[in-house]
Design a protein around this ligand. Structure first.
Ligand SMILES: Nc1nc2c(ncn2[C@@H]2O[C@H](COP(=O)(O)OP(=O)(O)O)[C@@H](O)[C@H]2O)c(=O)[nH]1
Ligand SMILES: [Mg+2]
Length: 670
């Protein structure tokens, strides 16, 4: 098998901003390695931890959008591999494809890993028939639910028959390969070719229905190391089967690119998409308007579309500052393959017109058609935005984390040098038991304080969410009552849940802010208390040991708030509900119960899953910090800080290395 990945024909210059970031990581990494064995074993342990933390840095950029918006074509263009991922896949596939670019964490001998749904996930898909089935079930639409389920069952049964005895064996497992090829990707991701005759293990689309994740590790020269581009299957299937998949993907990404089509006004489905991303911080969101090649006159229409979208975003409470990029994956593809001549005539004409009215400001002479196509296809701009977002967000946070951990590492080595002196001034021994007890006391005290604050915050969050829910419910039922008074049940009625979403989001965001401040404060206190041990237990002058507290965890966006609930469904859907309830009184009460059932799961996700998870993460960060301090302090008490074990020639450069490292830390802090 030949690998399908080739050297990209056009350099991804827009991603340059990331190279500087990675260069600074490399510098930090090297500095950590340089001092790793200038102390005892606890120093090298901690150094190892920092290095692996740096190496695991891999922010994810996720593409979401309707089926056929051009997500996959765009991802291919972004990595300069126009033919890597298949377009037009099986409408049933739910595969999320992650492209790990130049990964430092690639599993040994693996370039491609495909994971199948496990039995439970599979059963859930089949038995409820996706989210619409669940909604129908809750609203009491048994007939609708059965219809949905029948279709899902039929499709699923097909896969079962096709895979035969292997079916059960495959669920929950994964397949790995040491090479990425198009054949391979087709087998797991593509539209099945099973009705085209004989099928074997290597047939196209053979595993596509049951594949959940595709992880491809690509070595791409010229691209940054440690970036993950994620392609999702899209959300416009009638059964809403992929909504949860999309929400989960957004939740653990650091940038979300919403791909829309230029040639149509925003559809109901696009609106639903915007609802899904409304929870995402506007700094972690980009809108890519694809298919501008299909516009008659891109130059004039783009401004119009942009104004129109901005207005819609405003209405959806999505920051007006979300960048909108216009482009065409088709032009990108033509530029990369140098095949402008093969573009359909209207598309080529649109390109020429657009290029003529937006000349390249950086060029004195005329650019080639290939150059215009690449400049106007939107990919360079998208690359730039991705780089800027990663540098400013997760990049900066990682830099700070590594820098502070490195600083603490230098501090521990220095502390032991101060204590023992390179020229050795012997000091009375420290009582290890007393020291251990004092460390434990600080650790336990701080952990308890943090846990208390966290539990309190989660309780307040839960209370606030409940209050918002009942407020919304009351208002909705009041409005419904007025409607019933005026029209009876003859006219269908609908209530917009946007207000509820806004309240839930705000409650969660305030909670995140509260626990972050709390954690920061407690980490700072822990650091100060450990510093005093250096003075009180080891006689080191106050102020000479300065520890940097760790940073609290990043809070993921509350994407669950955007998931479709019955209240979002169209008026025709409500008309049916109406017909169903007309005979059963009282309507308002039934409606309130439905709102409750529909929104309880959103509330629970926030207050029982996401909130507590974030708290536990912050508690784990404190524990790691305390452990590192314990290791350093105890080794200092035990004796030599590693100095005695060292060769003199290694010691010779020690002071300089430490000074240089300290300078690097200070320069980065400036
Ligand atoms: N004209 C045109 N077609 C495009 C563009 N981007 C994608 N397509 C085509 O639209 C179809 C769906 O694209 P695909 O990338 O599979 O969409 P996805 O479902 O969002 O991943 C494919 O046939 C693509 O070749 C574009 O910018 N312009
Ligand atoms: Mg696709």
């Amino acid at each position: 098998m030949q690998s399908s990945v080739s050297k990209p024909s056009i350099a991804p210059t827009g991603l340059d901003g990331l190279n500087a970031l990675w260069a600074s990581f490399d510098e930090l990494r090297e500095a950590v390695t340089n001092i790793a064995d200038l102390g005892g074993p606890e120093i090298s342990e901690e150094a190892k931890r920092i290095v692996s933390k740096i190496d695991s840095f891999e922010p994810t950029v996720t593409m979401i959008g309707q089926i056929k918006a051009g997500k996959t074509a765009l991802v291919n263009a972004m990595i300069g591999q126009t033919d890597l991922l298949p377009s037009d896949v099986n409408p049933w596939t739910s595969v999320v494809t992650s492209l790990h670019l130049n990964s430092r964490n690639r599993p040994e001998g693996t370039q491609a890993l495909f994971r199948f749904f496990d039995e439970e996930e599979w059963d859930r898909l089949v038995s409820t028939g996706g989210r619409l089935g669940e909604l129908a079930q809750r609203a009491g639409f048994d007939a609708e639910q059965d219809a949905v389920r029948d279709q899902v069952l039929a499709m699923r049964e097909k896969s079962r028959v096709r895979l035969g005895k292997k079916f059960e064996l495959l669920l929950g497992t994964s397949h790995t390969y040491d090479m990425v090829t198009r054949d391979l990707i087709d087998r797991y991701v593509c539209y099945g070719g099973w009705d085209e005759g004989e099928e074997d293990e290597t047939s196209r689309g053979r595993y596509a229905d049951i594949t959940k994740l595709a992880n491809l590790y690509l070595d791409l020269p010229g691209y940054p190391s440690g970036l993950c581009l994620r392609d999702t299957p899209g959300v416009n299937d009638t059964f809403m089967m992929r909504e949860q998949i999309t929400l989960n993907s957004i939740r653990d990404s650091r940038l979300c690119v919403v791909v829309l089509s230029a040639h149509q006004a925003l559809s109901t489905m696009d609106m639903a998409l915007l609802r899904l991303v409304a929870a995402v911080d506007s700094r972690e969101l980009v809108i890519f308007v694809n298919r501008i090649d299909e516009l008659d006159d891109p130059a004039s229409q783009i401004a119009e579309i942009a104004a129109n979208f901005k207005e819609t975003l405003r209405k959806h409470d999505i920051g007006a500052d979300v960048p909108i990029v216009f482009g065409s994956a088709l032009w990108a593809q033509a530029a990369l393959d140098d095949s402008i001549d093969q573009l359909p005539a209207p598309s080529r004409l649109a390109l020429q017109n657009y290029a003529a009215v937006t000349p390249n400001p950086d060029l004195a002479s005329r650019e080639t058609q290939q150059e215009s196509a690449w400049r106007l296809c939107g990919v360079p701009n998208l690359h730039k935005l991705i780089a800027a977002c990663i540098v400013a967000g997760p990049g900066k946070a990682m830099q700070r984390e590594a820098r502070d951990a490195l600083s603490n590492l230098v501090t521990s080595i220095e502390a032991s040098d101060i204590r023992f002196g390179l020229n050795d001034v012997s000091l009375p021994p420290v009582d290890q038991k007393t020291l251990a007890a004092r460390i434990d006391e600080i650790g336990e005290d701080m952990a308890a304080t943090l846990a208390n604050a966290n539990n309190f915050a989660v309780d307040s969050l839960r209370e606030r969410l409940k209050k918002s829910q009942s407020m919304f419910c009351e208002r909705a039922v009041d409005a419904l009552q007025s409607h019933l008074d005026a029209y009876g049940t003859t006219k269908a009625w609908q209530y917009n849940p946007a207000g509820l979403r806004m309240m839930l989001r705000t409650a969660y965001k305030n909670f995140c802010g509260d626990i972050e401040r709390e954690a920061e404060e407690i980490y700072g206190r822990a650091a100060r208390r450990f510093e005093t041990l250096y003075t009180e237990m080891f006689g080191i002058e106050p102020g000479r040991v300065v520890l940097r507290p760790p940073a609290p965890a990043h809070a993921p966006p509350p994407t669950g708030v955007g998931k479709t609930i019955a209240l979002d469904l169209s008026i025709s859907w409500w008309r049916k509900w109406w017909q169903g309830v007309r005979r059963q009184e009282p309507t308002a009460e039934r409606y309130a119960t439905l709102i409750g059932k529909e929104t309880d799961s959103i509330l629970e996700e926030l207050s029982d899953e996401m909130g507590p998870e974030l708290c536990r993460e912050n508690e784990a960060i404190l524990a790691t910090f305390v452990d590192a301090q314990r290791a350093n302090l105890m080794s200092l008490a035990k004796g030599t800080g590693g100095n005695d074990a060292m060769q003199t020639d290694r010691l010779a450069g020690k002071t300089e290395t430490l000074r240089a490292t300290r300078d690097l830390v200070d320069a980065m802090a400036a």
